[in-house]
Design a protein around this ligand. Structure first.
Ligand code: URA
Length: 216
């Protein structure tokens, strides 16, 4: 099941929460199994993702595919999404999403998380890491683990950063984090009931409830 098929996600296509001038009618939702024990969260779709309407399809996606394979996993075991659902455009160039865009889009992310019911969420890069470790700088988040909303959150490098830096040590860090996520997902942790505050001061109506479904 893809998330646009879920009732809560339909209204995402008509979202006007962030007042952006670009066309908001093609949000790229998460992709992967529902429920799923492991969820990956990136920053925003890029041009390739906006065209294919799936997260992590471009060069960063290929890097991620290799990491997933190295960890003995396959994409179809993991639900993959982004903090912001629409590519932020800056005169044809990609740009980082603003705080307001993140705050608007995380209400859709809250729906995704409540639907996917992950045990472990891996946050790739600064934007996603702000959800788990607000206020910390990217380098301070590497290897951090936090339990929030009954979910284990891990911070690590973004696959695009790995491609840019070409540093095997950083890449190994990403591989180790995905490995760790897989090990932790085998634990008996269950998402806790109650509201999940994804950003400080931003309230979501979606609640995580204890899953009665069988995890993948
Ligand atoms: N592609 C995505 O879907 N997300 C990112 O953060 C980067 C590339």
């Amino acid at each position: 099941m893809r998330l646009p098929d879920t009732p809560g996600f339909f209204t995402c296509n008509a979202c006007t929460l962030c007042n952006n001038p670009y066309d908001l009618r093609s949000p790229v939702a998460g992709d992967g199994p529902v429920p799923a024990d492991i969820m990956f969260i990136g920053q925003t779709p890029g041009k390739v993702e906006q065209r294919t309407m799936k997260p992590f399809q471009g060069p960063a996606g290929h890097q991620l595919d290799m990491v997933i394979e190295e960890c003995g996993l396959t994409r179809d075991q993991i639900n993959i999404t982004n903090v912001v659902k629409q590519r932020p455009d800056d005169g044809g160039k990609d740009r980082k999403p603003s705080y307001a865009e993140m705050a608007a889009c995380t209400q859709w992310l809250a729906i995704e998380i409540a639907t996917v019911q992950p045990k472990v969420i891996v946050c790739f890069g600064e934007t996603a890491q702000q959800l788990a470790f607000p206020g910390l700088k990217p380098h301070q988040c590497q290897g951090l683990l936090r339990v929030k909303g009954g979910i284990i959150w891990l911070g690590t490098y973004h696959p695009a950063w790995i491609l840019y830096k070409r540093d095997p040590a950083l890449r190994q860090y990403l591989v180790d984090t995905v490995h760790k996520a897989n090990t932790l997902a085998a634990s008996s942790i269950t998402p806790a009931p109650g509201a999940l505050e994804l950003m400080p001061g931003v309230t979501y109506t979606t609640e995580l409830s204890v899953s009665t479904t069988t995890s993948t």
